[in-house]
Design a protein around this ligand. Structure first.
Ligand code: TYD
Length: 430
């Protein structure tokens, strides 16, 4: 690494925050009863202090600008800031920086309290040694002052930012600056203000920092539960949210996940195949899984991706081992070569009482071949899931699936995030 310390800007550098900020500006203008300008003008609001933008781009009076800022904060500081997303690749970059022993800070134009909230919301606190932005006494209003405080006076450092304010601040403090093109500034702006380096994307920051990009291990999450527990909805919500938090997510499902495995899925679930023996069924699930693991899951994990699978081998243990009464040992034996050591790091089990699951299923329309099995089959399946949960307390996490969609989604997300953060912290120390 070329530098001892790195100081980042926040909006447009760590987080893509345009959507939430513009939402807040629109809300403020609506409250002020001022017509919304065109998109180009609105985009100029991303970067400079808000009150300045109100006056400069919309010719508002000082009083109107202050009032507008207050309206903005009312919504942005409580709700809209969550509409941002962490840029892809930032989490890995921060891990790699930590592993090199770098001091990492943030110097932002965003009020310090809300900047810290954003970092906390996106579960990034463990990466940063300091976070500085303007406070209620107007300290650190100037970027130069914020950078100095964030770096604790360190000069063997580099600033990474996306607007002219970052470039000017770094120059005034006396450190080089890398301007990132993926944020809200333009190359023209970077050249005009004299950025030392320009990064096309997150990946090109490595060479500009003189930092080796080490490959990081992947992480495997599966979601399980009885038919009707709301698993597919939760799988989708979880995958989307993890992506917003900056993880490189591969969302997939079983049975299926690859073209061949989806064909096998068709065979298994086809109600016309009513003569299928339980053992045949078990081999078909394992065959679909063998293909899925080799073609998709294993390569993704090797590339450091976060795999989120809607069902995995626990479903076979529960449905074929328990439901079909083939027994856990036999189903495990059949599946060992298919799984080939690629067990999930974390599994979420969505727990819903048998009766409620049945209710939801019957109201959901046409049942597939497995769903058509009698209620005793589904009861045995659920019992087998509970058994697995007891046997694997470190891996499987139970979530009460009788609650409403949002409550379940938060519980699922928090459980997965807690484990991912532990993993990140471990990787930072290596
Ligand atoms: P899934 O696509 O999860 O169904 P749904 O979206 O309708 O909940 O799974 C299809 C069916 O296959 C489901 O009833 C569970 C069953 N299944 C097994 O019996 N064994 C397995 O190994 C897997 C992965 C699924």
């Amino acid at each position: 690494m070329k530098y001892k310390a790195v100081v980042f800007d926040l909006d447009g550098t760590i987080t893509e925050s345009g959507k939430g900020i513009l939402h807040g500006v629109r809300y403020a203008l609506e409250k002020l009863e001022i017509a919304e300008p065109d998109t180009e003008t609105l985009k100029k609001f991303l970067g400079p202090p808000l009150a300045v933008s109100f006056r400069k781009f919309l010719n508002l009076t000082h009083e109107q600008a202050l009032l507008g800022t207050n309206y903005y904060r009312e919504k942005y500081n409580t709700e809209y800031f969550k509409e941002s997303a962490v840029y892809q690749g930032i989490r890995s970059l921060l891990i790699n920086l930590k592993r090199e022993g770098a001091y990492i800070a943030i110097a932002t134009g965003k009020p310090m309290g809300i900047a810290r909230e954003v970092i906390k919301h996106f579960r990034l606190e463990h990466f940063f040694d300091e976070i500085i932005g303007p406070d209620e006494n107007n300290y650190y209003d100037e970027k130069k002052e914020a950078i100095k405080a964030a770096l604790n006076g360190e000069k063997d450092a580099v600033m990474i930012g996306d607007r002219y304010t970052d470039i000017l601040g770094a120059q005034q403090y006396g450190i080089p600056v890398i301007a990132v093109k993926y944020g809200y500034g333009t190359e023209e702006e970077f050249r005009q203000y004299g950025a030392d380096f320009i990064a096309e994307d997150v990946d090109s920051l490595y060479s500009l920092l003189g930092l080796e990009k080490k490959s990081l291990p992947g992480y495997f999450v599966s979601i399980e539960g009885n038919d009707g527990c709301g698993k597919s909805t939760q799988h989708k919500l979880l995958s989307q949210k993890l992506e917003e938090f900056g993880f490189d997510v591969l969302a997939t499902r079983e049975p299926g996940g690859t073209p061949l495995s989806e064909k096998i899925r068709g065979l298994i679930l086809d109600t016309q195949n009513s003569s299928m023996f339980p053992i045949t069924e078990s081999y078909l699930f394992a065959a679909a899984r063998a293909q899925h693991v080799r073609e998709k899951i294993e390569p993704a994990l090797k590339q450091g991706q976060l795999v989120v699978s809607d069902r995995f081998v626990d479903s076979s243990i529960a449905y074929q081992g328990g439901g079909q009464e083939l027994g856990k040992d036999l189903v495990q034996k059949i599946n060992a070569p298919a799984v080939d050591g690629n067990m999930p790091d974390t599994t979420i089990y969505l727990d819903l009482s048998y009766d409620e699951a049945l209710n939801r299923r019957t109201s959901a329309g046409q049942a597939d071949r497995i769903e058509q099995y009698n209620s005793l089959f589904h009861k045995r399946t659920q019992e087998a899931f509970i058994e697995l949960l007891k046997e694997n307390p470190d891996r499987i996490f139970r979530v009460d699936a009788s609650k409403d969609k949002n409550t379940i989604s938060e519980a699922v997300f928090d459980a997965v995030m807690d484990r991912l953060i532990l993993k990140e912290k471990e990787l930072c120390r290596l």
